[in-house]
Design a protein around this ligand. Structure first.
Ligand SMILES: O=C(O)CCC(=O)C(=O)O
Length: 222
């Protein structure tokens, strides 16, 4: 399975590990995430960076054996966890994430992120959208007009998407989507009236030199 995952990742820039986390684990993560948000007084929707700093539950999630096996296939033996974030789009969140690559945020060596569905994700509640193979195009120029309030000062230009094949990644709770930091991705607005929460964890190859990342405060070798 992981060999397939590696080949798919190399070809398309992403691979989906279905049902990696159990119902019980997903329930625990949502409850624990709720506690973190309350503890830190975080608002009702958005992004919270540093779940593993806030709770050991997320550190354990980041080292899930199925994930680690797949990451070792993709990255190599020296897999380092850098940081994670909760993207919590509640029933009232009616905006999607603009098209972007993650690379402009990280720079340095190429990072691998894992988008873990804590709710079922559909086009109606804001599932991910990707351009398969776009990670092979290299780093694109990103523009910076965030005046519409949707965040993401690093955004792809509209013409970068022209004529590109777009795939919607519907996901079930517990699925894990592993993706390259050059993959073009975005998400739909949530118009469903239902929550759409996801945990995104980012990893790197420990043999590669990188700048210090001030927000990576729970770094560990998996
Ligand atoms: O979960 C989402 O809606 C998209 C998040 C995303 O693309 C990111 O944080 O890089």
């Amino acid at each position: 399975m992981t060999t397939h995952a590696k080949l798919e990742y190399e070809r398309t820039g992403y691979t989906v590990l279905k049902q990696t986390f159990s119902e019980e684990q997903v329930k625990l993560y949502k409850e624990e995430a709720q506690k973190v948000l309350e503890q830190y007084g975080v608002g009702k929707e958005g992004v919270y960076l540093g779940m593993s700093v806030a709770s050991a539950v997320f550190k354990e999630a980041a080292a899930h054996p199925v994930l680690v096996n797949a990451l070792k296939e993709i990255i190599g033996d020296d897999v380092v966890f850098l940081s994670d974030k909760l993207v919590f789009k509640n029933a009232s969140t009616d905006f999607g994430s603009p098209w972007h690559q993650d690379y402009p945020y990280w720079k340095g060596s190429h990072k691998v992120s894992v988008w873990i569905a804590l709710d079922d994700a559909t086009p109606d509640n804001g599932c991910l959208r990707v351009v398969p193979g776009s990670h092979l195009k290299g780093a694109a120029r990103h523009g910076g007009d965030a005046s519409d309030g949707l965040g993401f000062k690093n955004r792809l230009e509209e013409q970068d998407l022209d004529g590109q094949p777009i795939v919607d990644l519907l996901a079930s709770r517990g699925d894990a989507i592993i993706f390259h930091d050059l993959l073009y991705h975005a998400s739909y607005p949530n118009i469903s009236g239902q929550d759409r929460w996801a945990l995104i964890s980012t990893y790197k190859d420990g043999t590669q030199e990188d700048p210090e990342y001030p927000w990576a405060k729970a770094v560990f070798r998996v």
